[in-house]
Design a protein around this ligand. Structure first.
Ligand SMILES: NC(=O)c1ccc[n+]([C@@H]2O[C@H](COP(=O)([O-])OP(=O)(O)OC[C@H]3O[C@@H](n4cnc5c(N)ncnc54)[C@H](OP(=O)(O)O)[C@@H]3O)[C@@H](O)[C@H]2O)c1
Length: 227
């Protein structure tokens, strides 16, 4: 199950999953996502509680929390942290943290019960504390928070028996509506790498933060290392 499948990275994640043989369930805001890789789709606004009957008859093997917003984007004229609107901070967290968290909290216990599952949260290098630059506080802190959730779930997965993995994934700066046409990277390889990571043995991905196929790490000492 993938969130945010109508455009951007989510579209390509669905296509990569389909090509790898998965049955692909999508959820998002769009009334008609226009994504031919989807086997099923439900309209979901992640700012609201997700209905209990969302794909209720399905066993979710893989949850990809991909949907996200970047409301305080300086490239679109947003000021720095001192001009942040609290409403924008709240709205950012509604999608990027609470929206994702409610799905993680729904599916992680079921995965533990089945001793099998993968949870991926599409995060960003901007969610690392060391990279804070005085702007984009809402976006950065929402990604920092989702990284913390991933680590917390990964601790439980690591203690449970079975093939369980929760990890964060940074797709790099990619050409999507959010990333803009100026981004140096295409979304297709980012989606393909995410799907390859799903095939790693759980012990090689659980509790990690990847950028592409390489470990980015939650934080490092010293200056930012780009890539
Ligand atoms: N682009 C980059 O350079 C970049 C870099 C690092 C990380 N990321 C992360 O990668 C993920 C995908 O980003 P993207 O670049 O593909 O962004 P995008 O092109 O702006 O697409 C965002 C997706 O999120 C969905 N969405 C937004 N609000 C929603 C809500 N309230 N409920 C349900 N779905 C909602 C949108 O659905 P609708 O189309 O239906 O509105 C859309 O499918 C995000 O988590 C982002 O933070 C992106």
């Amino acid at each position: 199950m993938v969130t945010g499948v109508s455009r951007g990275l989510g579209t390509h994640i669905c296509h990569s999953l389909k090509a790898a043989g998965y049955r692909v369930l999508g959820a998002g805001l769009a009334s008609s996502p226009g994504n031919d890789a989807l086997d099923d789709y439900q309209i979901v606004d992640l700012r609201k509680p997700v209905a209990a009957d969302l794909f209720a008859s399905e066993d979710i093997d893989v949850l990809v929390n991909n949907a996200g917003v970047y409301l305080d984007d300086p490239r679109r004229g947003y000021g720095d942290v001192l001009s942040l609107s609290i409403d924008d901070l709240r709205d950012t967290f509604e999608v990027n943290l609470f929206g994702s968290a409610q799905l993680v909290l729904r599916y992680a216990p079921r995965m533990i019960a089945r001793s099998s599952g993968r949870i991926v949260c599409v995060s960003s290098g901007m969610g690392r504390l060391q990279d804070a630059d005085g702007a984009s506080f809402a976006y950065r802190s929402s990604k920092l928070a989702i990284n913390s959730l991933v680590l917390s779930v990964a601790r439980h997965f690591g203690e449970a028996t079975g093939e369980l993995s929760a990890f964060s994934y940074c797709p790099r700066w990619i050409r999507t509506d959010m990333g803009t046409e100026s981004a140096p990277h295409a979304p297709e390889p980012a989606a393909a790498d995410l799907v390859r990571l799903l095939e790693f043995p759980a012990g090689q991905s659980n509790g990690r933060f990847f950028r592409g196929l390489r470990e980015l790490g939650w934080d490092t000492q010293g200056p930012f290392v780009g890539g």
